[in-house]
Design a protein around this ligand. Structure first.
Ligand SMILES: Nc1ncnc2c1ncn2[C@@H]1O[C@H](COP(=O)(O)OP(=O)(O)OP(=O)(O)O)[C@@H](O)[C@H]1O
Ligand SMILES: [Mg+2]
Length: 510
């Protein structure tokens, strides 16, 4: 009988090497020993942080089928492994089996996501059929060398007049939308989704009321808005881990479109709820609270998420992002608001006072800032924007004096100009939720509203006035105001100059 020589045996074994590579060592299962609040403690597991597991629940009472809940490893302490479930845990028993399942599944990214609404796990919730899943798990955040990022040097048309003209947003810029509840965040986000010139919009609805998701999709976004958007929704009643995942998935989807060279607009509502979800998790696994009940990990998770937006390397796409930040009781010193302001490239503040006066979108242009605007707009627009803010600030600072008739016209040309222009500035800032405002028109309208074209606030009127010379001294117009009246209230102080201006310039309104 002929035996194979040792060299032949080695050659033959080499053939099987490739199988050895794909054979992973078996993972030991564990058991649940304790549950405290949201955290589950297990023994017997030897898996890394972020690893996906399935925990066995009591069997279905009708069919007898075994049931499982997905969970993620969020921490460990000696032999103990801390897990956080991503679904409901009814039916969990002491000693329940924990099975490590390896990598997370994630949805296949691409154009097929356009118009879809999914949850934090990528599962569609819009009854439009399944979306393919792929192995490989949550992709590790794709970090771009900050020196290789393309600078923010081009404006992005977001379709909102006040933003396009006075707080111009650049492609790849990250902004905060600071507002209390009910002042128009969702409507403003809906307007941006429908009117922006970005190639695609990714909307993350994180930790808001469940009812609002439907309302946002059906009424605010509508079919037109949804066509160019992907919505990732994780309402407040979902597990904190799901809310975190939803924000990360929305960012991951935006990254995938950016990798294809697209200009993406990412709208995240809200960053505050994302921070609160991380707080729930961190406190549950024993991290001590630091700033006003927020553990330190919250303040590292927020920049980690926000830094993923921005421009790609030169020649690539961009993610322009708006993160809403809730300022309850209009408290701008909230720790999340504070941390967001420090890491974002600008903030837009929505004012409750304006909303109460019915001025929508209720953008407080004096309190808001776009840090990149000076680098991306022509000098004349920057000058006009500054003049606009000055007039608005002048009027507001002297509003009470003007209202009680204590201000004497002619004492200060700037205040005179502010009084005359104020109704037009207000009109310019107001924009109905169905009216788009193109960036190119906004510039002309801004210049027109400052130079005396009373109708410039309307989208269809963008041409600077023919009969009022550009740069005409607004103080001269103020002299045409009626002699000092004693208005009973602020509202009555304004209509008069408007009527006068119209009478003097019949051609202003085309
Ligand atoms: N551009 C607009 N034109 C007219 N009305 C508006 C506009 N924007 C907002 N509103 C009014 O303000 C209301 C509240 O807006 P919205 O739901 O967007 O607020 P929110 O800040 O998202 O509230 P929440 O904090 O409850 O989520 C709307 O129902 C609408 O009546
Ligand atoms: Mg809302």
């Amino acid at each position: 009988m002929a035996f194979a020589t040792s060299s032949t045996l080695t050659d033959r074994l080499k053939k099987y090497r490739r199988f050895h590579k794909v054979c992973k060592p078996p993972l030991a299962s564990g058991i649940i020993t304790r549950m405290v609040g949201l955290t589950l403690e297990a023994v017997g597991l030897k898996v890394a942080i972020g690893h996906a597991c399935q925990i066995q629940l009591s069997s279905n009472s009708v069919s007898g089928e075994p049931r499982y809940v997905d969970a993620e490893v969020v921490g460990f302490n000696n032999q103990l492994t801390y897990l956080m479930p991503v679904g409901k845990i009814e039916g969990l028993q002491p000693g329940a089996k924990v099975l490590p399942v390896g990598n997370h599944q994630s949805i296949a990214l691409g154009e097929h996501l356009r118009g879809r609404i999914i949850n934090g796990l990528g599962v569609p919730i819009d009854n439009k059929g399944p979306i393919a899943m792929q192995d490989g798990g949550r992709r590790h955040p794709h970090t771009i060398n900050p020196l290789h990022r393309h600078p923010v040097d081009q404006p992005l048309d977001v379709g909102v007049r006040a933003i396009n003209s006075l707080l111009t947003v650049g492609k790849g810029q990250r902004l905060g939308l600071f507002a209390g509840s009910g002042v128009g965040k969702s409507v403003l986000m809906g307007m941006m989704t429908r009117f922006t010139q970005a190639d695609i919009v990714v909307v993350g609805l994180i930790g808001e009321r469940g009812r609002e998701v439907k309302e946002f999709v059906d009424h605010i976004l509508g079919a037109e808005g949804l066509q160019k958007a992907v919505v990732v929704a994780s309402p407040a009643d979902e597990a904190p881990l799901m809310r975190l995942r939803a924000a990360q998935l929305a960012t991951q989807i935006a990254e995938s479109f950016r990798d294809q060279g697209k200009d993406v607009l990412l709208l995240m509502d809200s960053l505050t709820r994302f921070g609160q979800a991380q707080r729930e998790i961190a406190l549950a696994i024993g991290e001590p609270p630091a700033t006003r009940g927020y553990p330190p990990s919250v303040f590292s998770k927020i920049p980690e998420l926000v830094e993923r937006a921005g421009n790609a390397e030169t020649g690539g796409g961009s993610i322009t992002a708006f993160y809403t930040v809730l300022t309850e009781g209009d408290d701008l010193q909230d720790p999340i608001a504070d941390s967001a302001r420090a890491i974002l490239d600008g903030h837009i503040v929505l004012s409750r006072a304006l909303a109460e006066e019915g001025v929508y979108p209720a953008i407080d242009v004096e309190a808001s800032i776009s840090r990149v605007m000076p680098n991306i707009v022509p000098p004349n627009q920057l000058k006009d924007a500054q003049r606009f803010k000055q007039l608005l600030a002048r009027f507001k600072a002297n509003r009470d004096l003007i209202a009680i008739g204590a201000y004497k016209r002619g004492s200060d040309p700037d205040i005179d100009a502010a009084i005359e222009r104020f109704p037009h500035l207000r009109k310019f800032l107001s924009q109905s939720m169905t009216e788009p405002a193109l960036y190119a028109q906004c510039q002309a309208q801004l210049s027109a509203v400052l130079n005396g074209n009373a109708g410039a606030g309307n989208a269809e009127q963008g041409n600077p006035s023919k009969n009022s010379a550009p740069g005409a001294n607004p103080a001269a117009n103020a002299k045409a105001m009626p002699p000092k009246t004693k208005p009973a209230n602020k509202a009555r102080a304004r209509p008069r100059p408007k009527a006068k201006t119209k009478a003097r310039r019949p051609l202003d309104r085309r």
